[in-house]
Every structure is written in C-alpha cells, then in structure tokens.
Design a protein around this ligand. Structure first.
Ligand code: 5GP
Ligand code: ZN
Length: 116
C-alpha cells in the first residue's frame, strides 16, 4: 500500500505536522483545516475505513488516543467534535481510516448536511 497517502505520512515519507505518535497510531494536523484545530488520527496499519475488518483492538487504539491528542491541541476542556467520514455517502476522500478531531471554536448543533 505504498501509494496510499496516509501510509506515506505514517512512514514519514511525506511530511506532516505530527501531533502525537506511538507504535500503533499517528496524529497529524489536517492540511486543509476546517476549524482552528483540525487534527487527524490514523492507525499505522492500512485499513480502507471502519468497514475494512478493523478489529475492536485496532479501533480502540485509534479512538483511545483521541482525548490525549485533544489535550495536546488544547481543546480538551473547550470541547471538540470527533468525525469519521466512512465511505462514499459520507464523502470519505482519503481511503485510509482516519478520525477527525475538530475544535477551537463553537460549532453549530447539527452535523449532517444532506446533498439530496
Ligand atoms: P476525509 O474527507 O477523507 O474524511 O478527510 C480527508 C482529510 O485529509 C481532509 O480533511 C484533507 O484536508 C486531509 N488531507 C488530504 N491530503 C492531505 C495531506 O497530504 N496531508 C494532510 N495533513 N492532510 C491531508
Ligand atoms: Zn494507507
């Protein structure tokens, strides 16, 4: 899966602003932030998305670091939104499982906007 963008970020082949990393996951700032804080958490192992046979343990590794990444970004007390765009209807654009952590300013209540 060398051609996968986020695999290449995880291996260090493509640079990113790394916020946190350990043996299982990497967190880095989104290149096109949609809020003052917009950080992505990915597993080092390639999965297309949550529907790609991700074990509960692997899922827990990714979601388990979210509070620490939020703390490192300074939004643990102000709050943040955690989003996974999973598959075509959710407009997933990068085919390597990733969790968005979005915060740094108050958001509107709704989070689902239908195109049709
Ligand atoms: P998706 O739309 O798949 O849920 O989210 C993909 C995210 O990856 C987008 O928010 C996009 O801005 C971000 N992204 C795409 N290419 C790069 C890149 O090369 N570096 C970083 N840091 N983020 C990227
Ligand atoms: Zn990948």
């Amino acid at each position: 899966m060398e051609e996968c963008l986020f695999c290449r970020i995880a291996s260090g082949e493509i640079s990113a602003n790394i916020v946190y990393e350990d043996d299982g996951v990497v967190a880095f700032d989104d290149i096109s932030p949609q809020a003052p804080v917009h950080t992505l958490v990915i597993p080092r192992t390639h999965y297309d998305n949550m529907s790609d046979g991700v074990s509960p343990e692997a899922m827990a590794e990714v979601f388990g670091v979210v509070p620490e990444v939020a703390r490192l970004k300074g939004v643990d007390e102000s709050g943040y939104r955690v989003i996974v765009n999973n598959g075509p209807d959710a407009n997933q654009t990068v085919g390597h499982l990733h969790v968005h952590i979005i915060g740094g300013s108050a958001m509107s209540h709704g989070m689902v906007q239908m195109e049709r």
